[in-house]
Design a protein around this ligand. Structure first.
Ligand code: NI
Length: 389
């Protein structure tokens, strides 16, 4: 049971929707055009219910199978783009300066629309398929906003499934793993205040650069010395701002920012505690005043074992057993599908995007040859989870 014939016929139309989304990227919750187009298409397919404005700009479509059933399966795609200037010059390149679909959410949205089109035509299942289009995956917790808006209860969702493309994995391949698959991501900003002055008189200054540099170095020892080597965590300092253009001034302040990621909630809490101790301890030793903002981001994406095996079985049916693995290395990237998996059992899978530029790269593009695989996976998942008699 490979690609569904009807899905193969729909692939070019799905690719056209995808390229239209690609030309009109929108950020975070500001996905009004995309959400309106999604809702319009769902209605044109004959979805039994189309609800907009869930989690601000999220859209949910409900498709009843040809037989009633006790279950409802949620399928989720994300709609938002990124604040990146696209540098490739293809026919459907972004028309919005400084914004582009550099994570393939245009492809995710189009594939789920393709599945909705197929499922409304065929309705070869018993129960409800709930297609979920979320805003603000890229740092805005749009998935959480939809869950907080009561989406799971309102549509009676029993299980929920997510999919992301993966550059570097060949097209037609699918990978996943049970348990933690993507990291909890927290971010921080450290604001240091010393005493500025002349570079020739450091003894009457309190230098936030030397103290800040010691904080940067000491923070690296947390993962190296306090975390079990078998566990996974990373602390990356991504910005350090101090001083002006002058070389003879010790500045008054410094600001340091970055991200802290881990694959277990216990590790996540431990990292915050240890991080805070190190920052305050070094700052005190160096005579610096310090303010620390430690922001709690997306939780760990934890795949449920039974649903992951079910998803892998569907994937094997679509792309072939030799092209599906269930032992991928977890990624330290973040993904707010985590909130949906906290609310309901389910599984997140990665589908190969072939030899493309990496996610969030200005040359990235979703590969339209992925479409038949992704749409068939969604369709078969619904038909198999809720079989019609
Ligand atoms: Ni993404």
């Amino acid at each position: 049971m490979p690609i569904i014939n009807r899905v193969a016929e729909l692939a070019e139309e799905v690719a056209e929707w995808r390229r239209d989304f690609h030309q009109h990227p929108e950020l975070l919750y500001d996905v009004h055009r995309t959400a309106a187009r999604v809702a319009e298409l769902l209605k044109s397919f004959g979805c039994d219910e189309v609800v907009t404005g869930i989690g601000q700009t999220g859209v949910v479509g409900v498709i009843n199978g040809r037989q009633p059933g006790s279950r409802a399966i949620g399928l989720r795609a994300d709609m938002d783009a990124l604040p990146i200037q696209e540098i490739r010059d293809h026919a459907y390149k972004s028309t919005v300066p400084g914004k582009m679909h550099a994570c393939g959410h245009d492809g995710h949205t189009a594939m789920l629309l393709g599945a909705a089109r197929y499922l409304t035509e065929t309705r070869n299942f018993a129960g409800k398929a709930v297609v979920i289009f979320q805003p603000a995956e890229e740092g805005g917790a749009g998935g959480k906003a939809m869950v907080d808006d009561g989406m799971m209860d309102r549509f009676g969702v029993h299980e929920v499934y997510g999919m992301h493309n993966m550059p570097g994995l060949p097209v037609g391949h699918i990978t996943t793993r049970p348990g933690p698959i993507m990291a909890a991501s927290n971010s921080f900003e450290i604001r240091l205040k010393g005493l500025g002055g002349h570079a020739a008189k450091p003894h009457i200054c309190v230098d936030p650069i030397v103290g800040g540099a010691q904080i940067v170095t000491a923070l690296q020892s947390i993962v190296a010395r306090n975390i079990d080597p078998i566990d996974n965590a990373v602390i990356s300092i991504t910005r350090f701002h101090a001083g002006t253009t002058a070389n003879n001034i010790i500045p008054q302040t410094a600001v340091i920012g970055g991200t802290v990621r881990s694959l277990r909630e216990e590790t996540r809490h431990f990292l915050k505690k240890r991080f805070t101790e190190v920052v305050h301890g070094i700052a005190a030793a160096m005579g610096l005043e310090v303010e620390l903002d430690y922001e709690w981001g997306y939780p760990v994406v934890v795949n449920h074992a039974d649903q992951t095996e079910f998803a892998a079985e569907i994937a094997r049916g679509v792309v072939g057993p030799d092209k599906v693995t269930t032992n991928m290395e977890p990624s330290l990237g973040g993904e707010d599908f985590a909130y949906m998996l906290e609310a309901r059992p389910g599984a997140f899978i990665f589908i190969g995007n072939g030899d493309s530029a990496g996610l969030h790269h200005p040359e990235y593009d979703f590969d339209d040859s992925v479409i038949p695989h992704g749409v068939s996976y969604w369709a078969k998942l619904v038909e198999t989870a809720m079989p019609a008699a």
